[in-house]
Design a protein around this ligand. Sequence first.
Ligand SMILES: [Zn+2]
Length: 290
Amino acid sequence: MITKRVILSAGHGKGSPGSYGQGKTEYSQTVDIVNRTAWYLKRDGQLPYVVVPPELDVAHAIAWVNARYKRINDGIAVEVHKNDFSNSSANGLETWYGDPGTTSQVIATKLHKKLIEITKLRDRGIKTYKNAPQGGLVWISQTNTWALLPEMGFMDSDTMNNDLYAKALFEGILNMWGLKPRVVKPPVPLKPLKPPVDPCIKTTKELAKVTGLLYDANSNIMKLNAVILKKDLEIERMVLAMGDLQGDLRVCRNKKDVFAESLEKYRGEVVLEPPTGFWAKLRWLLGKGG
Ligand SMILES: [Zn+2]
């Protein structure tokens, strides 16, 4: 049984950024993919993981892992890389593993299946490190634990969809232990706040209630406006009251212009100075003293 532990490593290091494409280094992309994968693993919470310090080059990364994990079943070490070919139309995803016919091939198959399924990149298959260029891959041959090396897309032609790659890695890694991602509960939506009480006066009925005038007024504000234009002193008071309402009770926006227009028409005709304060002014307007 392989211990439930994934050792994540970003291919290349600070001093050896790997290949280059679309203005980006391979190193910058592998670090980003690993960070995102770690985030998925952390949120999921069912598989312990460690991340090799990304600044380490491959020799030091292997030494870091080997200093901590001695036996082959102490976990699975996955180092993320991206491919680079002189042929810029090259694309797809491949996973390097150890010896054919061993557990390495089994876990590589499980990882790779999810990588292809989720990224939908062209399937370049799983490949034994023995067939790798430059005489094999040290990450696979020298790491104490099981070690795999996915090449996630090509630097020249890739979409750099790192979050998707991370999700694929996350699910592929779980799949090596036969695990499935936990259902992550969506955040509970906040209870909608009660809308604030709207102090806006919406109907002439309400207006009438406040001012004590125009009891028979139609609720249509335009009609009220027309009534205002026909009357004299009482109307003048009404307009003043409405002017006050604008300031003190906030009149609905769509009706505000109507009030403003009425006020404009009566400006200059109001000779008496009303007292200050809304209710005092209202009493004055209604002729009830003040
Ligand atoms: Zn690389």
